[in-house]
Design a protein around this ligand. Structure first.
Ligand SMILES: C[S@@+](CC[C@H](N)C(=O)[O-])C[C@H]1O[C@@H](n2cnc3c(N)ncnc32)[C@H](O)[C@@H]1O
Length: 309
């Protein structure tokens, strides 16, 4: 169901699958670490009792104002403008311990992608910003205009898995200064040297820049540990990821908690033994019908673990 917040729709992905898997106690304490348009939060709240609590977090100020509007009409909801890497600290300050369920639906929302002035989309001309939190860090333009060519190549390759990374980096350097999304599109086209540029190439380069500008991989790395740490016994963490780097990171981490593999455990919570969790949902993908109705769901994957006693 599209969310009408701010007139910019975001259709929640794997809605029933995530919400039903993390709801363990209708009177419990929950965190939506990526509130966005609030679709998952509203569905969760619909099944919770009046004494339940939901902490809604997001690093995007528009998502946070959506959440504040909901909090005005639902006293179970509290709101925090913060990255999910800070979930433990925020929950503690809010007096929320032994959390029953955490939802993380990572990546960007429809309202971010569709707003040309945010600079996330290769289909809309706008300033090359791409920051989810516009009060933090450097914009995509600042980074693209100042980074060494080798660093650009490395980011396009690592976060976009783009085979033409070096050629795109060279074209970016040649066309500096870049100011608008369509300047970056023009650089990618130039790198193709007259060949047709596939939509996937544009998507991969834009994704890479976005991941870098928002430090998404480190944030997810920290956020997973922080979320798992604040769960009570029997509490569940559900994560929807959207590209292979995120899928791998979530799967590895969940496996480490479940199996306690000594190698994997080194990337897990220090001191957290294997057998700390059990899988509830593994590698769930949206149905064909969901993808047909919402093409953005195509690459989504859901994993849910439950923390053991
Ligand atoms: C796919 S949308 C979430 C949509 C939401 N579940 C819904 O139903 O509307 C992802 C959201 O996560 C937020 N986000 C991404 N990384 C974040 C982080 N490190 N900390 C907090 N929020 C983050 C984005 O700003 C965006 O609003």
């Amino acid at each position: 169901m599209p969310c009408p917040s701010d007139g910019m729709p975001h259709t929640p992905v794997l809605l029933d699958e995530l919400v039903s898997a993390v709801t363990t106690d209708p009177t419990g304490r929950y965190v939506d670490a990526t509130y966005g348009g609030g679709g998952h939060s509203r569905a969760l709240l619909a099944g919770l009792q009046p004494q339940a609590r939901l902490l809604a977090m997001d690093r995007d100020e528009i998502a946070v104002s959506n959440a504040r509007r909901l909090a005005q009409t639902d006293s179970r909801v509290m709101v925090e403008h913060a990255s999910f890497s800070r979930i433990g600290e925020v929950a503690r300050i809010r007096g929320l311990r032994q959390i029953s369920g955490v939802m993380m639906d990572v990546g960007v929302s429809g309202h971010q992608l569709d707003a040309a002035e945010r600079g996330f989309s290769y289909m809309r001309d706008g300033p090359l910003d791409m920051r989810m939190d516009r009060k933090q860090g450097v914009t995509a333009a600042q980074w693209l205009n100042s980074a060494e060519e080798e660093d650009l190549t490395e980011v396009f390759r690592r976060y976009g898995e783009e085979r033409q990374a070096a050629r795109v980096a060279r074209a970016v350097v040649r066309r500096r200064p870049l100011a608008r999304t369509f300047d970056l599109v023009a650089a990618i086209r130039e790198a193709a040297m007259g060949h047709q540029v596939h939509r996937q190439t544009l998507a991969r380069v834009f994704q890479a820049v976005r991941i870098h500008v928002n430090d998404e991989i480190d944030q997810l790395d920290e956020g997973l540990d922080a979320a798992f740490a604040c769960l009570g016994s029997g509490g569940r963490l559900g994560v929807i990821s959207f590209h292979s780097i995120e899928h791998r990171m979530v799967r590895r981490r969940f496996r480490a908690w479940v199996q306690g593999d000594p190698v994997l455990r080194r990337v897990s919570i220090p001191g957290e033994p294997g057998g700390a969790a059990r899988h509830i949902v593994r590698n769930a993908r949206p149905s064909g019908a969901e993808v047909a109705a919402n093409p953005r769901a195509q690459s989504a994957m859901l994993q849910v673990v439950e923390k053991c006693a």
